[in-house]
Design a binder for this molecule. Structure first.
Ligand code: SF4
Length: 349
């Protein structure tokens, strides 16, 4: 198998030299490797968000904050406002915390050791290895969904991925490269998103099909085995209230400084509960003198649960809440509301 692994590496590198995706964080910087700061930012953005969504956002991010020193000087509300549209705001907070640590401790240089990287907020085993491999050409093999899929197919492992994580770690280590780690890792990633696709792998055009046990046994559509991969998410319930004054402004406030969407702007909404019968009307809304109209409902998916929201609309005079915060309806999209709140407003107005 040793020889086969070397062959697979050779074929993937060759394929990558002609077919690599053009991604803004890959521009070569020094030693023919990408800019470590770009890789660092992109790895935070790519956690739970697709490459296509990240592309434009990333471009604007590095135009605004082109290096780590610049990023380390900003404050949390600035990065949270920018992050709108990407979701999972804890990543933005962690990215900024990490930038400030690197600024102080490492003189603005992204660390190139596993131990230093793994200590940074929001950096787990995968992210640390991805940065080491892609930005510094270290001989590692991070395991993302694309690489896992290629490995279980190459070896025709017909068990849910979640159950064979240890085996995959062992198999992935066999594909580490001493000299071409950065390109090889990215070639695996690109191959998984262009050729060894989740649903319809392009086996006939695959340059490594002669090494693929799933292809030989015609199992490529059954592997990865999905049977027990699905994690059923909890559903939580809330009611949200879009309250508008005579100046076409929407009532907003800041969320608590801890927990989901901490410190972000929101429209008033009830505490999120798992049992719909336990919903209790928000304190501010209770006191308002307005007729609330149900405008619709929708479900928003967070990483660990889905949030089912009924959306109500009401009008009040601004004087009813003289000390409250308001944002213009015409500019709510640029106001720093997180995506879930923007969708609520969008349905209501
Ligand atoms: S032959 Fe098909 S299943 Fe196997 S690695 Fe190639 S594309 Fe993937």
């Amino acid at each position: 198998m040793f020889n086969e692994e070397n062959q697979v590496k050779k074929y993937l590198l060759k394929w990558y030299s002609k077919n690599a995706r053009i991604l803004p964080w890959r521009n070569k910087y020094r030693n023919n490797l990408p800019n470590p700061y770009f890789v660092f930012v992109s790895e935070y953005m790519l956690q739970q968000t697709t490459v296509n969504t990240v592309k434009n956002k990333f471009q604007n991010f590095v135009i605004k904050w082109p290096n780590l020193d610049k990023l380390a000087q900003i404050n949390e509300p600035q990065i949270l406002k920018f992050w709108s549209g990407l979701g999972y705001y804890s990543r933005a907070r962690n990215l900024l915390k990490s930038a400030k640590i690197i600024n102080k401790k490492f003189n603005n240089k992204i660390p190139c050791s596993y131990d230093e990287l793994i200590d940074l907020p929001g950096v787990g085993n995968y992210t640390a290895n991805a940065i080491l491999g892609i930005a510094f050409n270290k001989s590692v093999m991070p395991l993302d969904a694309n690489i896992e899929r290629i490995l279980v197919r190459l070896h025709a492992i017909d068990k849910p991925i979640i159950k064979v994580k240890k085996d995959l770690r062992y198999l992935a280590d066999k594909f580490k490269s001493k000299n071409f780690s950065s390109d090889l890792i990215q070639s695996f990633m690109d191959y998984g998103s262009e050729i060894c696709l989740p649903r319809n792998p392009k086996c006939e055009n695959c340059s490594i099909n002669k090494f693929c046990q799933s292809y030989k046994k015609n199992l490529q559509y059954k592997i990865p085995n999905k049977s027990k991969n699905k994690i059923l998410k909890t559903i939580k319930y809330t009611r949200a209230y879009v309250i508008v004054n005579e100046n076409n402004e929407i009532l907003v406030r800041n969320r608590p400084s801890k927990g989901m969407l901490a410190s972000m702007l929101e429209v008033p909404n009830d505490n999120w509960v798992k049992n719909k019968n336990l919903l209790s009307t928000d304190q501010i809304v209770k006191k308002l003198k307005t007729n609330l109209k149900l405008k619709g409902s929708f479900e928003y998916s967070f990483s660990h649960f889905d949030l089912e929201t009924e959306i109500f609309y009401g009008n009040i005079k601004k004087a009813q809440l003289s000390n409250a915060n308001w944002i213009k309806i015409s500019t709510y999209n640029k106001s720093g509301l997180p995506t879930v709140m923007k969708k609520i407003v969008e349905i209501a107005v």
